[in-house]
Every structure is written in C-alpha cells, then in structure tokens.
Design a protein around this ligand. Sequence first.
Ligand code: ATP
Ligand code: MG
Length: 328
Amino acid sequence: MIPPFAGLREIDRYMPSAATLHAGPADAQTPAPGIDIQVRGLVKRFDGRAVLDGINLDVRHGETMVVMGGSGCGKSTLLRHMIGSLKPDEGSLHVLGTDITGMGENQLNEVRKKLGILFQSGALFNSMTLRENIALPLQEHTQLDQSTIDIMVKIKLELVGLREHADKFPAQISGGMKKRAGLARALALDPRILFYDEPSAGLDPVTSAEIDLLMMNLSRQLNVTSVVVTHEMDSAFRIADRMCMLDKGRMLATQDRSYFERLRDATGSLDHDEALIRQFLRGDAQGPLTERKQATNYAEDLLGETGPQLAPRPAVQPTRNIKSEPAA
Ligand SMILES: Nc1ncnc2c1ncn2[C@@H]1O[C@H](COP(=O)(O)OP(=O)(O)OP(=O)(O)O)[C@@H](O)[C@H]1O
Ligand SMILES: [Mg+2]
C-alpha cells in the first residue's frame, strides 16, 4: 500500500520492478518469463569514453517502452546493442529469450528476422517502388513464392494506409509517407519486437500524431513489443506504457508513464535526478541540465578546447502542449 503523501521516490519504491513481478532475482542471467529484452550491466566505450555505463533495462512482452534522453546520451547506441549491431564491452543482452551478447552474425540474423527496425530516415531504397522495398525482406529471408509475397506486401501497405501508393518511388511521397512505408517494411516479416529511432523527427505535429496512432494501433493489433527512442514529449506520453530516461550513460529511471506524468507536473523541490528529468520532460530553459552544460562549457573553454560541439543548445525539443515553467 502506498502511504498518503508519498514522495515520488517513495512511490517508485512501492512500484514492483519487472524482476519482482516475475519473482526472479534482479541480476539473473536468464530473463524471467514475459521479458522480451533484458539488458544487464551494459557498458560501451567509444575512444575510451563510456557512452553507456552499466545500463539495466527490462522490456516486457507487448509493452511500448519509450527511451528518452538528451542528444548524444546514448539512446541509439542502446538500440543498436538490442539488435546486435554493436557488441558491449561489458554486460549482457537477452532478446526473446536468447543471449545475443557474444553471438556471431549468422545466429544474429536468425534473431533479427523477429525484429522490425524503423530508423530515422525510413531507409528506403530510392531506386525501388514502395512495393519492391517492402517485398525485399520477404524475398531475402523467406522461401515464399512471388504471388504470396505480393499478397503480403499489399497487407502491410494496407496496415499503414499506403496501398494505393504501392507503385510510387520514395522521392514521390512525403516525409510522413516515407515513415509509414519504412514501417511497412519493418513489419514485412511479422516481427515480435519493433524498434523505432525518432519516428516523428522532421514531421509536422499532425503527421507526427498520425504516426503515433499508427504505432499504437499496430502494437495492439499485432501484439508486438515496441521500443521507441524519441525527443518528442507529446508523442512519448501518448504512446508509452513505460518510459526510461538515460543521462550521461546512466539509466536515471525506468517507470510507468504515470510516474513521469507526475514528475512533469510536480511543483516544489525534487532531488537532483528528479529535477533533471522534470526539466527534460518540460523542456524548461533552466535546471540541472543547463547548469551542467554551462559548467562543462566553461571548464572546457578555460582549457582552450571549445569547439562547435560545445556550443550551447537545448537538451530537448520543446513540447507542443505542455506549459513550461521555471524549475522550482
Ligand atoms: N560508432 C561510434 N564511434 C564513436 N563514437 C560513437 C559511435 N556511435 C556513437 N558514438 C558517440 O556516442 C555518443 C552517443 O551517441 P548516440 O548516437 O547513441 O546518441 P543519441 O542519444 O542517440 O543522440 P541523438 O538524440 O542526437 O540521436 C555520442 O557522443 C556519439 O558521438
Ligand atoms: Mg540517436
């Protein structure tokens, strides 16, 4: 029972973690039933710098997990580990019950057949029509005959509302349609997990909301697990079952959406990590994120190491609806 007036941290303590829900130890090597992705102690260094520094995360079957965090904090790097395109320096990853940590390419390709991936660009082949783009994974990874592939391509295009545009080339369709076509291709092999990296980047608010709706419908209709990296907070709050926040290689919080809603709307003083997350969620101009950035820039300026990468920039894209107030 959560006591009345429990602070956010206390509520956090009363929320059962995935591990306790499934009665398994938190650091178990074999994931508990119902966990589609298990990340344990993931460390990744680039040029000696730990971009991910001991990440733990469970993604439950059928849920939509939104991964948040400032630019360059390691979100895409985490996603690339989940699909096996990067290998960790330390730690382990289980995907759909299989330990992919030290897996070779051939075995990984078998696992990847169960994963659908939508990267920022949509990654369509410009020289192929939408129909051909979506048929490609089926031709490459299945033994299906062409007439069956044709039917499957139609079903996938219908799912994303692009059946009438099957014979267009990517250059002939809008950015939002490209995203939807990329999604149709990610769905081609009936994946069990869908990964999205910034699905609404570069889209207007209405098109972005349409993509959100599509993602939610797909996860319901197809019962897929989704991992979504996004800066767009309206979108995050619309689609997430649970959310997690990365910062400087650490996982600051993994919680139900309602926890982050309470944090976003919280007034009064919070501890450092909570205040940092609140600033991110609101897109506030002041708070721990900006204070840290200014301090870092100043130190590096003193050492004569200023460069374009150190220029001040907002940590998060402003939200569309949420009223921004200075952090308390
Ligand atoms: N292959 C690589 N080699 C060296 N450094 C890399 C490599 N991939 C990523 N990095 C660095 O790791 C850090 C995290 O990168 P990543 O792309 O995961 O960030 P992100 O959180 O997805 O950022 P954004 O929101 O801007 O997409 C960055 O500093 C980036 O420069
Ligand atoms: Mg990224």
